[in-house]
Ligand binder design. Structure first.
Ligand code: G3H
Ligand code: 13P
Ligand code: ZN
Length: 318
């Protein structure tokens, strides 16, 4: 069942967070749906601009439609990750996406408001919800590179939400994209979330850059020929604390890439005579499903599926 994030966030608010997972291909899609259905979790499929151009955007959309048919128990939103205005408009027109992110966070405040407002207007006219972003994550966000964190300012967040009418807000609190998030101890600014929650009670917040970069995964990759030095990520035991502060969506991409990398490196190290792409794929799909199911336990979304489905159906009737 394809849904918007509106009801998902209402159901989760203050209690748990929904996993938002990036996918790029068929094997990830199969593992993603298996893992969420087996752990009974609602979820968000994220398609980035990079994912849309990797093969063809319509191919990904067709896979989502088919996944909805072959996994009738799945409850999920289809979301554009880090969109620019043109891509948001294309996704709004596609008839497949139930949610888009407009990321104009690299623009000056007024310009960010202006662009976000246009996307909100177009999306809401089609019943699609919008995530926007204020503040900047250190490192790379799609094609923009920020040398330092630009933390979200709570008062500005309040004004921004009121001015744009966006449905959720990605906040910069010290995380970053990719496998190299922290040198030494991690520092997440939960005090910023607390202040935003005070100003915007009940409003859904989003945490990007939330992969944990498990050290055992990194060690296995390096033992199989990889060279990931100094990789580190977010402590997953903090997900539930973030959820109590209004974070309803937690974005995870890098950790899934690490699973892919580990499975394929180990597979070809251990089976140098093999060359059928389906052989490592058969190992990857259940491994990815297991990875998703484990994440959902940490997010608190595991086991929520029946309750969330009833909640959505009841609110549709009301
Ligand atoms: O935020 C970035 C996501 O991890 C997507 O990455 O643009 O390389 O697909 P990508
Ligand atoms: P990671 O790189 O930490 O997985 O973050 C993904 C993300 O924020 C996608 O928007
Ligand atoms: Zn992101």
């Amino acid at each position: 069942m394809i849904v918007t994030t509106k009801e998902l966030f209402k159901h989760a608010y203050g209690k748990y967070a929904i996993g938002a997972y990036n996918i790029n291909n068929l094997e990830q899609t199969m593992g993603l749906f298996e893992g969420n259905v087996s752990s009974k979790a609602p979820f968000i499929v994220q398609l980035s601009r990079g994912a849309r151009s990797y093969t063809h955007k319509r191919m990904l959309e067709a896979m989502m439609k088919t996944a909805d048919e072959i996994f009738p128990d799945a409850v999920f939103a289809i979301h554009l990750d880090h969109g620019d205005e043109a891509t948001c408009m294309d996704c709004i027109e596609s008839g497949i996406y139930s949610s888009v992110m407009i990321d104009a966070s690299a623009e000056a405040y007024e310009k960010n408001v202006e662009i976000t407002k246009r996307v909100v207007e177009a999306a809401h006219a089609r019943g699609i919800v919008v995530e926007a972003e204020l503040g900047q994550l250190k490192g790379v966000e799609e094609d923009v590179v920020a040398a330092e964190h630009v933390y979200t300012k709570p008062e500005e967040a309040y004004d921004f939400v009121k001015a744009t009418g966006c449905d959720s807000l990605a906040c910069a609190i010290g995380t970053s994209h990719g496998a190299f998030k922290f040198k030494g101890e991690q520092k997440l600014r939960f005090d910023i979330l607390e202040k935003i929650q005070e100003l915007l009670p009940g409003f859904p917040l989003v945490m990007h850059g939330s992969s944990s970069v498990p050290q055992d995964e990194v060690a296995r990759i390096n033992a199989a020929g990889g060279a990931l030095k100094g990789a580190s990520g977010v402590d997953a035991t903090q997900f539930l604390e973030a959820a109590t502060l209004g974070v309803t969506k937690i974005n995870i991409d890098t950790d899934g890439r690490l699973v892919w990398c580990r499975v394929h490196r180990e597979f070809f190290r251990d089976h140098p005579e093999k060359f059928d792409l389906r052989d490592p794929g058969k190992v990857f799909m259940p491994e990815y499903a297991k990875f998703i199911a484990n994440k959902n336990v940490l997010l608190g979304s595991a086991g929520q599926l029946d309750s969330v489905r009833e909640y959505i159906l009841a609110s549709e009737k009301a």
